[in-house]
Design a protein around this ligand. Structure first.
Ligand SMILES: Nc1nc2c(ncn2[C@@H]2O[C@H](COP(=O)(O)OP(=O)(O)OP(=O)(O)O)[C@@H](O)[C@H]2O)c(=O)[nH]1
Ligand SMILES: [Mg+2]
Length: 373
């Protein structure tokens, strides 16, 4: 968005920052294809301001776009599975955990590009829960959202969600992510070239239409013609969801034809304002609370130190015993490893590969990453 000349203000500073779009969705919903479509849409809109793309799926063999930062450049997912004796999901989770330990570098790289980039796009692993229910997923989401406006794009496989019960399960999942991240949220009904999403919009705005669909879908009445337990449960759940629908935007897109991309980016721009209005004040509040508790902890240790000093003064022989001896100091460096996250767009790509799982702090050291859990 173009900024006007004049007094700098908070909103102006925010406007200058890129928006991060975190693409989340069930396996096969079309996340990666959607990211590719976003890439070509933004490139054709202004080829001087393409998005900055992060691939966070360590297990994918091919992504249909050029990622600026790719988790696969840093972590060898197969090697992680072998080294830790893990299955595919444990492997993806551990790979993501290892990558998260270096996420500050990712943020630095993104920060460096913030003047020339309007959108930062994150493609997440196919197994949705690995990102949404893991510590590293939360750390990545929080780290991104505290450094720039961020929005969740929840991609839905529209043709696979036409049954009312499936639709509701999908919406409940979306609801759980909304309440977990508290970020502006866009429901992206994908694949509308195969199945238009008007049924979904109708169910979201007209509660009775959804109940009618439930009633006409088989298996909702028992032998006596009474509504089944499932049916009553779904009816009450849909009342809960009604509240949830009020908090989000829904757009229909086709990642294959590019239909609906403009509406999607209109929703992203709206979300920027929402982030500023709702998320940012909460973030500030949380920061202040943390600062206050840190200050209290500092005062507490200061008081304790002063008390210790007073005791030392009364007992000089104890104080002499506790004195620091520089001879005892061993040269145990901090455990920062020499790994660099690679920005493919700024480095000439030499096929350089750093395997984070094999890094040693010192030549003579056999270092293993701690097992998860
Ligand atoms: N017709 C149609 N097919 C689509 C669309 N978007 C994605 N697909 C197809 O859906 C399949 C899955 O797409 P991906 O982009 O790999 O989905 P994903 O969510 O990244 O998958 P994982 O990362 O493995 O979970 C592919 O066969 C795509 O071609 C769409 O808008 N229309
Ligand atoms: Mg994918």
């Amino acid at each position: 968005m173009a900024s006007t000349d004049g007094e700098p203000s908070t909103s102006q500073t925010l406007e200058k920052k890129p928006v991060a779009v975190i693409v989340i969705g069930m396996a096969g919903a079309g996340k990666s294809t959607f990211v590719q479509r976003i890439n070509s849409y933004l490139n054709s809109r202004d080829e001087l301001r393409p998005p900055y793309i992060l691939n966070l799926d360590p297990a994918v063999t091919h992504v249909p776009y050029e990622a600026n930062i790719d988790i696969r450049d840093t972590i060898n997912y197969q090697e992680v599975m072998k080294q830790y004796n893990l299955g595919p999901n444990g492997g993806i989770l551990t790979a993501l955990n290892l990558f998260t330990t270096k996420f500050d570098q990712v943020l630095d790289l993104v920060e460096k590009r913030s003047d020339e980039v309007d959108h930062v796009i994150l493609d997440t692993p196919g197994q949705i829960e690995i990102f949404t229910w893991s510590a590293s997923g939360s750390i990545i989401t929080d780290a991104i959202a505290s450094s720039m406006p961020a929005v969740v794009a929840y991609v839905i496989d529209t043709p696979r969600t036409t049954a009312p019960a499936t639709f509701m399960s999908n919406m409940l999942y979306a609801c759980s992510i909304l309440y977990k991240t508290k970020l502006p949220f866009i429901l992206v009904f994908n694949k509308i070239d195969v199945q238009p999403h008007d049924f979904a919009l109708e169910w979201m705005t007209d509660f009775e239409a959804f109940q009618e669909a439930l009633a006409t879908h088989g298996g909702t009445r028992d032998a006596e013609g009474e509504p089944t337990y499932m049916n009553s449960l779904m009816n009450s759940m849909s009342l809960v969801l009604d509240e949830f629908y009020k908090n989000l935007k829904a757009v229909g897109v086709s990642s294959v034809t590019g239909q609906g991309l403009k509406e999607f980016f209109d929703a992203v721009e709206d979300s920027r304002g929402e982030y500023e209005k709702d998320y940012l004040p909460e973030l500030e509040k949380a920061r202040k609370a943390k600062e206050a508790s840190l200050k209290a902890a500092k005062e507490d240790s200061m008081n304790r130190m002063l008390k210790d000093l007073a005791i030392d003064r009364q007992n000089p022989e104890f104080a002499a015993r506790d004195r620091w001896d520089p001879e005892e100091e061993n040269d145990d460096d901090d455990d920062d490893t020499d790994i660099n996250i690679i920005d493919r767009s700024s480095e000439p790509w030499p096929g350089q590969y750093v395997d984070i799982t094999k890094v040693k702090r010192h030549e003579d050291e056999q270092m293993n990453w701690p097992r998860p859990g």
